[in-house]
Design a protein around this ligand. Structure first.
Ligand SMILES: [Fe+2]
Length: 423
């Protein structure tokens, strides 16, 4: 349970809000690289933490991320002409480069002196954020220039492109509902049961038994969370997940998986879902399996980031399927089950009304961690994860004697077991 003030603090991410300013200290996902495939191709709208922006790939392949509103008369740059190293507003032809510089103002009267033209250009700068590409994702940095870190060394972003399968879609609720839910291990036994049991031949004990032990271990960019299930003979089966700032989660499934809950605004989130293999390419078979039961992915309306199963159609809940036991929810696909239930809490869940249980300790930990980081930031302390190597952790499942301390397992196997990136 949170106070109303804490709930506000954690869920608001617009410019100037404490959480918004904290998130702006990290590289955040704008889109997949393939969505801006070709130089001079069509631009893409991107709503990030309440800011309406337009992304484009210029003639030299560089990514620009600029304000959607043209600073001349506020028309949308989405309709712009992407040509000769810049995006030109189609209203009056004014053109901007990837750094936001105004490079052409063709609507001035003929014969305007050169010094007047340069004065107009100087005043006409458009807001622009630096972008980089890694792991098939376009990342933007929207924070203060002197605090800009290097791109985080996330494992899924460092594997070759063919070792990874990633999708995204719009989740119609606040980012924290998704992030909270990401660390809820108890729900695996309920919300996702049925489909998953069948998918994995009913052998997946991580989903069939509720954890009896919940442990945490700090990491440089967040923490490792372990749910320990009793499997007899004094052994525990650990399901170790990673929480890394500001909204990363890594899951020890097979294939491995990760999520990012990128706030579009306070009531909409772009959920990125990534499957990846460290040792081998993602095969047709892998892909089929992930898509057959839809895994963590959603099926979208073609050409959009909107899922076919949405709040408007009750996520296509099938009551017969629910009654049959084949699916606990009657909602097909893990991704839709999570989104469905998280969106059902409302656009911004009222966490003052909760009655949390033992199994929610990871959720409590996530919120507490974020509140502590916000406090530190307000006191001028740099947020965690400033060094890209802080992200070099690996999630995993393992079995160990119940007497082995969780921190020992994390130190030997989660932290530092990841091979160094290829030079
Ligand atoms: Fe889930």
């Amino acid at each position: 349970m949170l106070t109303p003030e804490e709930n506000e603090l954690l869920t608001r991410t617009g410019p100037g809000t404490p959480m918004g300013e904290l998130m702006r200290r990290y590289w955040v996902p704008v889109a997949f690289s393939h969505q801006l495939e070709k130089p001079d191709g069509p631009p893409l709208r991107a709503r990030l933490m309440g800011e309406d922006l337009v992304a484009f790939r210029d003639s030299q392949g560089r990514i620009g991320l600029i304000d959607e509103a043209c600073p001349h008369r506020t028309a949308s740059m989405f309709f712009g002409r992407n040509e000769e190293c810049g995006l030109r507003c189609v209203y009056h032809g004014i053109k901007f480069d990837v750094e936001g510089n105004c490079v052409d103002v063709p609507c001035l009267p003929p014969g305007t002196p050169e010094n007047q033209i340069s004065a107009v250009k100087k005043n006409m700068k458009i807001k622009a954020y630096p972008c980089e590409e890694a792991g098939g994702v376009i990342w933007a940095y929207m924070g203060p220039a002197d605090c800009r870190p290097e791109l985080p060394e996330l494992e899924w972003a460092e594997v070759p492109d063919d070792h990874r399968f990633a999708t995204r879609h719009i989740q119609e609720c606040n980012w924290l509902q998704g992030f909270d839910g990401g660390f809820d291990q108890t729900h695996l036994t309920f919300l996702h049961s049925g489909t998953v049991d069948m998918r994995r031949g009913n052998t997946d004990r991580h989903r069939r038994i509720v954890p009896s032990i919940y442990e945490f271990c700090p990491l440089p960019a967040g923490f490792a969370f372990g749910g320990g299930r009793e499997i007899g003979d004094g052994n525990l089966s650990w399901h170790v997940e990673l929480m890394m700032m500001p909204f990363h989660k890594v899951i020890p499934s097979v294939p491995r998986a990760a999520h990012m809950w990128m706030p579009m605004d306070d009531e909409n989130t772009m959920l990125y879902s990534i499957n990846f293999n460290t040792e081998r390419p993602f095969t047709e078979e892998d892909l089929e399996r992930e898509l057959a039961w839809r895994g963590i992915h959603t099926e979208n309306i073609p050409g959009t980031d909107r899922a076919i199963q949405t709040k408007a159609n009750d996520f296509l809940i099938d009551r017969e399927l629910q009654a049959s036991g084949e699916s606990y929810t009657g909602i097909k696909s893990l991704g839709a089950q999570d989104c469905g239930i998280q969106e059902s809490m409302g656009p911004i869940a009222d966490r003052t009304k909760e009655h949390l249980l033992v199994g929610d300790s990871s959720i409590v930990r996530v919120r507490r961690y974020l509140l502590d980081v916000l406090k530190d930031l307000a006191e001028g302390k740099a947020p965690p994860g400033g060094n890209p190597a802080h992200y070099r952790a690996r999630s995993l499942r393992l079995e160990a004697p119940a007497t082995t301390p969780f921190t020992e397992l994390v130190e030997s196997q989660v932290w530092g077991n990841r091979p160094a990136a290829a030079e």
